[in-house]
Design a protein around this ligand. Sequence first.
Ligand code: SAM
Length: 246
Amino acid sequence: MRQYDVLTLFPGFFQGPLSESILKRAQQHGIVRIAVHDLRSYAHDRHAVVDDRPYGGGAGMVLKPEPILDAVASLRRGQEPHLVLLTPQGRPFKQAVAKELVEHQHLLLICGRYEGFDERVRALLTPDEISIGDYVLTGGELPALVLLDAVIRLIPGVLGDEDSARYDSFVDTLLDFPHYTRPQSVQGLIVPDVLLSGDHERIRRWRRKEALRATKARRPDLLQQALLSEEDLELLEEIDGEQGVG
Ligand code: SAM
């Protein structure tokens, strides 16, 4: 069973998201164990102080190093969890990073607050620093939940076939193809004929083409990184032809 420990000043943040849907099911089925730990319980004084004013002055408070270092030492329990520090300065979180992290049996996620961590936390723990995007959130709790969700849904057995991740966007670098369900017509917009044809090969080719079309239109940067097959190149030519480009 994979173990995910989270260190946070706000354990309450996790209650809702961890007790719904897929994250709940993964725990109930014994596939993952998720434990949320209150950083305050590792404070050194009776007022449970975990932050202090920055040396050099300036606005905001900084998370003290000792409670974090003690918490990590205690949560290691003789094992070597992969330490993840959520920070806007970390490496960008991508599907490829989720795929990498799912290989670890034990992750320990450290959520920051205020101005962030005392620099010595980084120096002493040398964690895997991860950012969920180029914007600043109030704390690391939402980033930790984003990461947990993206990683846990990749563990075999977590998703049922009905919510399979096989064709999700980014799985093979491309965006996902368009999806349709009942009814066949909505305000004059109808489901493409091919999807009603029952011809699996035509449907497969159409979906691949539409995934390529969506990626080319919305994320051309991804298309440049993708490993494209002969068929993909043919489909892209068709798309260019339809658009009167090539
Ligand atoms: N002063 C810090 C900076 O500019 O790098 C930002 C601190 S932020 C207000 C407080 C905490 O929220 C951070 O320590 C981090 O744990 C978390 N956080 C905020 N934005 C994040 C992001 N984009 N990715 C990951 N964690 C983030």
